[in-house]
Design a protein around this ligand. Sequence first.
Ligand SMILES: [Zn+2]
Length: 358
Amino acid sequence: MSSPNTPLDLSLDGGALTALLVDLPSVSGDEQALADAVEAALRELPHLTVDRFGNNVVARTDLGRAERVLLAGHLDTVPIADNLPSRVEGDLLYGCGTSDMKSGVAVQLRLAATLAEPNHDLTFVFYDCEEIEASRNGLGRLAAERPDWLAADFAVLMEPSGAVVEGGCQGTLRADVVLTGTRAHSARSWLGDNAVHKAVEVLRRLSDYAPRRVVIDGLEYREGLNATRIDGGVAGNVIPDECRVHVNFRYAPDRSEEEAAAHVHEVFAGFEVTVTDTAPGALPGLDRPAAQAFLAAVGGEPRAKFGWTDVARFSALGIPAVNYGPGDPNLAHKRDEHCSLTAIAEVEARLRAWLTGA
Ligand SMILES: [Zn+2]
């Protein structure tokens, strides 16, 4: 299946294809050569329609199936750390991007090349700039500017998950609890009103706080509300007139951003609370028919995703999404990043069984 137009041979097995992808460096912002190669390889496949937007490539089948499944992966990597070219040691492929997430991209490409008659319509999304500031994220730009390209009933984000299904993701909210007082000389402290002392009550509410655990679609999410920093104080002889307790609320995806903010305001009732940053969670959506068939085919016990990932972008579009990929999340971004060749083959086989089964 290789052609003079692309260095990518999609008839190679997933491990060998991962090595090819890894040896085509694509640090964030520098994905063009890899995006060109992916686009050229996909254009060789008559059963796919291919679109390009910047360094984002989207390929899809149009077979009129009842449901559409979307498989997504980012093309970029963190900066290379003397870990190219790739090398194999036993069952492990070493190199920048092996785990996060060119092994997942290789599986996407293998499925794109070989599933001409899948049981769901398929959309394959390859995007850029995932590892840097959110405003440049290719999936975010597609969602904003080409949302119709992302239409689907269920999405699988092939980020490293250790070949375990990780459902949805938690939301995150940052806020400042602002305490004010009156500044005065510390020799005449009765003329002032100490703002730092008022943090005691805020900290008491935090240490008494009982974080919620909630089960959604069979997955347990654990919330957390924590102080991450305290700012206050003017000088060694001044009664401070302001103190800020920075808090971070990690919340389960059954709360909206608005509900999460309302909860934080309620916990700190009587205090001034300023929300500084917020990102919504994503529901796992494991009750959808496409997701049920997915879980049955890939097997294993799904677990909740505790960090924030791009699955939330799908959720914002009303598309349930899970993380499922061959890489090991604990090895992402590390100098000795590697991926199990067996895991790559296994993830491909399980997805193939799902997308071809009755
Ligand atoms: Zn990643």
